[in-house]
Design a protein around this ligand. Sequence first.
Ligand code: NAP
Length: 244
Amino acid sequence: MAKTAVITGASSGIGAAAARSLAGDGYRVVLGARRLEQLEALAQELDGEALALDVTDPKSVSELAAAVPSCDVLVNNAGGALGLDPLSESDEEQWRWMYEANVLGTMRMTRALLPSLVESGNGHIVTVTSIAAFEIYRGGAGYSAAKHGQRAMLRALRLELLGDPVRITEIAPGMVETEFSAVRFGGDQEAAKRVYAGMEPLRAEDVAECIRWAVAQPEHVNIDEIVVRPRDQATATEVHRQKD
Ligand code: NAP
């Protein structure tokens, strides 16, 4: 029987690409996100299953877990950033959402599916954090705080699961051109485009390949973390851009 991979935030970007990659490796994919229409189209293409999921809502997470009879791989990918304001002008609602989606969402999904992951005999939890999990930049305090928190949580989990048949991998990408920046800027496509102006960002597929590769390693091999950036990006703030 095919192994099952549950991917959160699979309606766009890195999550959708990861679903394609894992389905390509023979996994039965279960796709979770809030936009069910996008999910259903992808599920049909991949012969997978689409389930409505809001990781900020404990009830929604429990419902998804109840609908998944077995789970071999969990990809905690749902999340993102809201706003780029300095801390002096920070919006508490945006900060709260970033913490809920990135940190508590990952905790809830992991806690809900952990029994199945252990029972599989070779479970794997892959979580997409960011270089913001260990770097900071102006205007990124809220997002960096959430991603730093998500990373700390994964490291504690790695200790707690030592001895259990579950691998833990953190994928920390730099700039990836997805819906991420449009979401961050409240749907402002021009502002989102400027983020990647004059440089070549990663594509969602580049990150998906990191996820697929980490999962494909033999079961005694735990890829602890992968940091992946565009060649044009050395740090969160040092980006090479063509002038014209
Ligand atoms: P994206 O295209 O905006 O995808 C984000 C995904 O998360 C969407 O499928 C969205 O689906 C889902 N999502 C958001 N809130 C959710 C919620 N409450 N419950 C369930 N699903 C939710 O952006 P992306 O770049 O692929 O982002 C994926 C992950 O990569 C995020 O954790 C992000 O922080 C991280 N990351 C991105 C970059 C980058 O530069 N793009 C860099 C480093 C790390 P719905 O809206 O349908 O719910």
